[in-house]
Each structure stands twice: as structure tokens, then as C-alpha cells.
Write a protein that binds this ligand. Structure first.
Ligand SMILES: *Cc1c(COP(=O)(O)O)cnc(C)c1O
Length: 455
């Protein structure tokens, strides 16, 4: 898809609409000198070259990739109008698109009823879910796994809600026995599960947590910010075990980030509640925003005020072309999954790299194989691979993550515990193009690991 052609078409379409309103003079104070702009734009372009090549398969580090051009075109078209999806008066068409796009997300998770909206990202989506959790279960604690996103602890602090941290099992998922013990104390109002942890893409057993939580009168919030769209592959051939994903339908709320796996630019997150009546907790009176309709204004069910209608337009347009089905957007995710599985297979058979744990989604954790591995030497060798990989010819961009001694021991008892923590390597294979570069990636990283371990 030629982005130049389609952005031009989007700009033209908005210009045609603008022309219908009759001529007017732009104020001269807004004029710019084209030479100055050309010069400054060149400078901007030059400075942007300081980024890592997120778009390229040789970038196999963090959760970063450019949006799909379709999202860019949708965003650009609406941004030229710049509707504000706070109130319907701020832009009825994009408010409607937001409702349609959010309804599609709710259907993806199997919610029969829902209330929801877009947010600036997963952090605010989780904040809103935890805010509602506090209102429905006042005075009770929120339980989450130590492997869950740091935002849960931070947002509970912000909300003045007590927390209970549940240890992970040997695959980085919430430990059910430990959770049962925490719930037995009787003061937990909400359990947070994660379907795709940020570190390693571990999927909590939602189907097992849910009955446990319900038995103790607790609600369940699903942090699907990273992995949520993988629900499209639940039960698909070569897809994912369906149970945790299907159980989301019976949970109370979900956070999901279209700016991670939904092909969107930042910031596009979403929060969904299964029970629409939680909208009552958002009640506020804004004397100057709601004019044109008695229907629901999105701003009435959001903690944020101004929000970009362009984000809704971009998501809506993307969903038209990549529907939320196994063959639509699911085909993109399936390629990521195959890439991660194939690389994990190559690593398991390699003498230069050791798999930290088998990937459930598209995040691969690994470290250089050492003759007498210890926390300190695994840490140093991983850091060396990361640094050398970025700086020499034919570069490869990876990331590292910190693991604790107990977590390492649970997976690799041979690694001597001479330090509390060690960095291991981590690659998020969130671009479908990674699939065709897995062999190159493996060769390149294996070579670096062999050097780093002095083998
Ligand atoms: C990324 C992420 C978040 C935070 O989302 P932002 O969009 O970065 O604010 C929360 N939870 C999980 C599991 C994530 O992966």
C-alpha cells in the first residue's frame, strides 16, 4: 500500500469538505516561511534518524513498531478536522466510530453487554478498571501477580486501595495455590489477571482464577493490554489453548491496547466493563460540555476529558480492513506466534543460546549458554550481546529483562545463585515480518552469544 497516495487522498477528501463552507482567509499570523519550514523539517528528519529501526525485522527488542498505514491515513483524515471525543458535540461522527470500534472489541472478548471507551493507553484503562473496582468493593484489596504490569501497584497507590501481591508459578503466571491462600483471608475485592505479561507474554489461567475469585465474592479484571488481540487465535488451528481466552467473557472488565497489537499509533488503549451500570460511578456534572443530545456522551464514562477523535477514526478504519477475526487481524498475530515458536525451537537445539522459558505468545526470553553459568555471568553475557548487537555492522536490536534468583532457579537450577538478579535477553516478535527473518535472527544472535561466552 502506497502511503503517499492514500494520505493525499485523505487530505483531498477533507479539503473538499472544507471548501463546501465558503471561502475565508487564513490569518497571516499563522503563515510560515517555506524555506524555514524546509530547513527545520530536514532537521527534524535528521533527528528522527536517531531512532532504532522499529519497523525492520532486525529490531527484535521492545514492544515497538510503526502503525499500519491504514491507521495513519485514518488518523490523518480525522486529525485535520480534530474532533474531541469527550462530548458528542466535539465530533459526532468519531464518537460513533469509537462506539462501533469499542463494540467490536467487546464482541471479540465475548461480552454480551458492555460499557467502554478508548483511553490514551493501557495504564489509564487499568486505572479506570481499578477505580470501578474500588467503587464496587469499597475497602477491599486488589490482588495481582508479581509478574503483572507495574501500573497495578502504582494505580492502587494512587487510588488508596490496599494490594496483595501473589507470587508467580515457574512459567511466570499467577500461582493458583498462592492466590487461594490470599483470597482465603477474605479481604480481596478484585483479582487482576494478565493475558500476556509485558515481560514474557505469560497467560494467566483466567478460567481457573475466575471460579476461585467468585467463590470469595471477588471480581476479576483482565489486563489484556499486551495480549488481548491474541484472543482471536483461541482454539484456532496452530493457535492458542482456548480456555483462558474464552473465560474472559465472564470476567468483569478488560484493558486492551490497540496501540500494541491493533496496528495503531500511540495512544490508543481501551477499557471495557461487562456491566454497563458501572457508568454510574463516573457521574459528574460539566456545565459547559454536553449540549446536543440526551444520549450517552463518551466523556461521561471516562476519567480523561479531551480525547482524540482521530484515534477512534484510525481504529475504526483499521477494523474495516483487518476485522477482528482469526483470518483478519488474527493472520498478523499468527505469523508472530509462528516466529516465536520457531525461534524457541532453534534456541532449544542450539549450543550457544538457552531458552529462558517456552514462549506462550510472541515474546522470547533467552540467554547465552555458559559452561558454568551463574547469575553474574549470565547477566554480563546478556548485556554484552545486547550492546555489541546494536553497535556493529549488520546490527540486531534486542532488549533485556531482569529476573530474580528464585525465578531463575525455578527454570534453570544449574545457574549458580551468586547474585539476586540477572538480566536475560528478551525479544518481542510483534511484527509478522519476523517470521521470515527468524533464521537470520538466530544465526546473528547465536554468533554474538558465542563471542560473549568465550566459547
Ligand atoms: C503495556 C502494558 C500496560 C501499560 O499500557 P500503556 O499503554 O503502556 O499505558 C499495562 N499492562 C500490560 C500487561 C502491558 O503490556
Amino acid at each position: 500500500m502506497d502511503i503517499r497516495h492514500w494520505t493525499e487522498r485523505a487530505v483531498d477528501a477533507v479539503a473538499d469538505w472544507q471548501a463546501e463552507w465558503g471561502g475565508y482567509r487564513r490569518h497571516p499570523s499563522l503563515d510560515v516561511d517555506p524555506d524555514a519550514l524546509a530547513e527545520r523539517l530536514d532537521e527534524l528528519a535528521r533527528r528522527l534518524t536517531g531512532n532504532y529501526p522499529f519497523f525492520h525485522p532486525r529490531y527484535a527488542g521492545q514492544m515497538l513498531k510503526p502503525p499500519h498505514p491504514v491507521a495513519v491515513v485514518g488518523y490523518l483524515a480525522a486529525m485535520l478536522v480534530n474532533p474531541n471525543n469527550h462530548a458528542l458535540d466535539g465530533g459526532p461522527p468519531t464518537a460513533e466510530m469509537e462506539q462501533e470500534a469499542v463494540a467490536a472489541l467487546a464482541r471479540m472478548f465475548g461480552f454480551g453487554t458492555h460499557l467502554g471507551h478508548l483511553t490514551s493507553g493501557g495504564t489509564v484503562a487499568n486505572l479506570e478498571a481499578l477505580f470501578v473496582a474500588r467503587e464496587t468493593h469499597p475497602g477491599r484489596a486488589v490482588a495481582f501477580c508479581a509478574e503483572s504490569h507495574y501500573t497495578h501497584a502504582r494505580m492502587c497507590h494512587l487510588l488508596g486501595v490496599r494490594t496483595r501481591v501473589v507470587p508467580p508459578d515457574a512459567r511466570g503466571r499467577i500461582d493458583l495455590d498462592a492466590l487461594a491462600a490470599v483470597l482465603a483471608a477474605g479481604d480481596v475485592g478484585t483479582v487482576v489477571v494478565t493475558t500476556g505479561t509485558t515481560g514474557l507474554g505469560a497467560v494467566d489461567p483466567v478460567h481457573e482464577v475466575l471460579p476461585l475469585a467468585r467463590a470469595h465474592g471477588a471480581r476479576v479484571h483482565v489486563d489484556a493490554a499486551y495480549g488481548g488481540f491474541y484472543t482471536l487465535l483461541a482454539g484456532a488451528p496452530d493457535g492458542l489453548p482456548p480456555e483462558p481466552w474464552r473465560a474472559i467473557a465472564d470476567c468483569d472488565s478488560v484493558a486492551v491496547d490497540p496501540h500494541k497489537h491493533g496496528l495503531q499509533p500511540y495512544g490508543c488503549g481501551a477499557v471495557l466493563f461487562r456491566d454497563p451500570s458501572v457508568g454510574r460511578f463516573y457521574r459528574h456534572d460539566s456545565p459547559y460540555t454536553y449540549f446536543t443530545s440526551g444520549a450517552l456522551h463518551l466523556g461521561e464514562i471516562s476519567l480523561e476529558c479531551s480525547r482524540p477523535g482521530a484515534a477512534a477514526a484510525a481504529l475504526w478504519l483499521t477494523q474495516q480492513l483487518f476485522p477482528l477475526t482469526a483470518r483478519g487481524l488474527g493472520a498478523v498475530l499468527a505469523a508472530n506466534l509462528r516466529a516465536a515458536r520457531e525461534w524457541a525451537r532453534l534456541i532449544s537445539e542450539s549450543s550457544e543460546l538457552t531458552l529462558y522459558q517456552p514462549p506462550e505468545l510472541d515474546i522470547v526470553g533467552y540467554f547465552p549458554t555458559l559452561d558454568r553459568p551463574a547469575m553474574t555471568t549470565v547477566d554480563a553475557a546478556s548485556a554484552a550481546v545486547l550492546n555489541v548487537g546494536m553497535t556493529e555492522d549488520d546490527p540486531v536490536f534486542l532488549s533485556t529483562m531482569d529476573v530474580g534468583g528464585a525465578d531463575m532457579r525455578a527454570r534453570h537450577p544449574r545457574v549458580a545463585a551468586d547474585a539476586d538478579r540477572a538480566r536475560v535477553l528478551r525479544s518481542v516478535l510483534m511484527k509478522p515480518e519476523s517470521e521470515t527473518h527468524v533464521e537470520w535472527l538466530h544465526e546473528r544472535v547465536s554468533g554474538l552469544a558465542a563471542r560473549a561466552s568465550g566459547r
